[in-house]
Design a protein around this ligand. Structure first.
Ligand code: PKZ
Length: 162
C-alpha cells in the first residue's frame, strides 16, 4: 500500500509535517483503509521531542494530528468522489485544528493515529483523530480541512512567509 503523502505532487510536498521533500521534517506516512473508512499513521517521537522528561511535547502531537488530518481528508474526498489519488492528486490545508490532550503521552512507544472523516462536503472535510500510545488514548483532535487548487500559495492567497 502506498502512503497518501506520496501521491502529493512535488510542489505540495514541502510541508514540515508531511512533505516527503522536507529533509528536516517529520515526513509522516498515512495509510487509508477503505474497508474501515479510517486512516492510520504511525510515528515514534525522538528524545528531542520531549515536553518534560518521559513525555512527548504537545506541539509535536498537534503537528501529527494536523498532517494526519490533511492526508485523511484527501483520501476521504477521493473515496467520496470515487476517484483514485493516482489520477486526482488532492491536497488540503488546515482551516481549523482542535486538540484535546487527554493524558500525558509517554515518550518511547510508537504512536498510532486513527482518523475518521466526519463530514465531506464540497471543498471541506472534517476529520476526527485519536492518538494512541500503545493501547492508551492520549490525544483527540478535530480538524477542518479545505481543498486547495493548483496555484494556491503562488498568489495573494498565500499567508505572509507561507
Ligand atoms: C498554506 C500555506 C501556503 C503554501 C502553498 C502550497 C500548498 C502546499 C500544501 C501545504 C499543505 C500543508 C498541510 C499541512 C497542514 C498545514 O499546516 S496547512 C498551513 C496552515 N493553514 C493555513 O495556512 C491556511 C490559511 N487559511 C486559508 O488559506 C484559507 O482560510 C482557507 C483554509 C484556504 C479557506 O479559505 P477559502 O478557500 O476562502 O474557503 P471558504 O470558501 O471560506 O471555506 C470553505 C469551507 O471551509 C469552512 N471553513 C473555512 N475556514 C474555517 C475555519 N477556520 N473553521 C471552520 N470552518 C472553516 C467554511 O465555513 C466553508 O465551509 P462550508 O460553508 O462549505 O460548509
Amino acid at each position: 500500500m502506498k502512503a497518501i503523502q506520496l501521491y502529493y505532487p512535488p510542489e505540495w510536498a514541502h510541508c514540515y509535517g508531511c512533505g516527503y521533500l522536507n529533509a528536516q521534517g517529520l515526513r509522516i506516512e498515512t495509510y487509508w483503509h477503505p474497508e474501515r473508512g479510517e486512516s492510520e499513521t504511525r510515528f515514534t517521537p525522538k528524545p528531542h521531542h520531549t515536553a518534560i522528561p518521559g513525555f512527548v511535547y504537545g506541539g509535536l502531537l498537534a503537528s501529527l494530528v494536523d498532517c494526519h488530518s490533511t492526508a485523511t481528508a484527501a483520501a476521504a474526498k477521493a473515496a467520496a468522489e470515487g476517484v483514485s489519488l493516482e489520477e486526482a492528486p488532492l491536497r488540503f490545508v488546515t482551516a481549523s485544528l482542535k486538540v484535546d490532550f487527554l493524558k500525558p503521552t509517554p515518550l518511547g512507544p510508537e504512536l498510532r493515529l486513527v482518523g475518521r472523516p466526519k463530514e465531506v462536503k464540497g471543498r471541506k472535510v472534517v476529520v476526527e483523530t485519536e492518538l494512541y500510545a500503545e493501547e492508551t488514548l492520549t490525544v483527540r483532535g478535530e480538524a477542518v480541512l479545505v481543498q486547495i487548487g493548483e496555484g494556491f500559495g503562488r498568489s495573494e492567497d498565500a499567508p505572509a512567509g507561507g
